[in-house]
Write a protein that binds this ligand. Sequence first.
Ligand code: 6PG
Length: 246
Amino acid sequence: MNSKYKYHLHEDGPAMAAAATTYFVETCATVLAEKDKCSVCLSGGSTPKRMFKLLASDTWKDKVDWSKLFIFWGDERSVPQDSPDSNSGEAMRLLFDQIPIPKENIFPIDGALTPMEAAKKYETALETFFGDHEPVFDLCFLGMGDDGHTASLFPYTDIIYEEEYWVKEVFVKKLDTTRISLTPEIINQAARIVFLIGGENKADVLEEVLTGDFNPEKLPSQLVIRSGAEITFFLDKGAAGNLELG
Ligand code: 6PG
């Protein structure tokens, strides 16, 4: 296996979430020991929700200097924040409404706008926060779908080759919806890239993404995982079922 991959293998989802929570807290502390702001990009979907709940718990919520954290998302659905399908909405409800983080430190993608407007608005927010250079998140969490997508980089979509924009709307035919997503180049700029992947239904695709032919149209996660960047994986036994991790 590639030496640039760090694997954390866990019995199940709860154990994986607990380890990811420890990693979140320790990594933010490491960043804030070096500088006074830590930018964190979150993934959507169901897998990170347990981590959000843990971070909001009495055990963990006082272990992070939330006033120095700046929160972004890798992608969003075309829904308003009060929708249960909203990535930022769920993170707000499970975590950020429960802890003392300044609301101005949170940069959701506005899924209530048209996808193109939402992409533009988010790109402007990134420019305002990161200045005139490409965003470099201190910590970027990603998930993977059982079709090999990550963020909203879905198979056989145009965004796979996007190099001009930082954020793009992407029509996902099989979901018959348009998502808004960071582009591969911006994701790969992150200082630390972390995948949280759980469930047996992801075992085959994870194996193929890691060891199969390079085919980013079919497996867009490879655009990140095969980019040469250091990648940290938090996996449960189900997702890692086909891997020999020694
Ligand atoms: C989204 C995500 C997406 C997600 C994967 C895995 O908006 O859905 O950002 O990329 O990480 O689809 O989703 P699960 O964690 O629900 O399996």
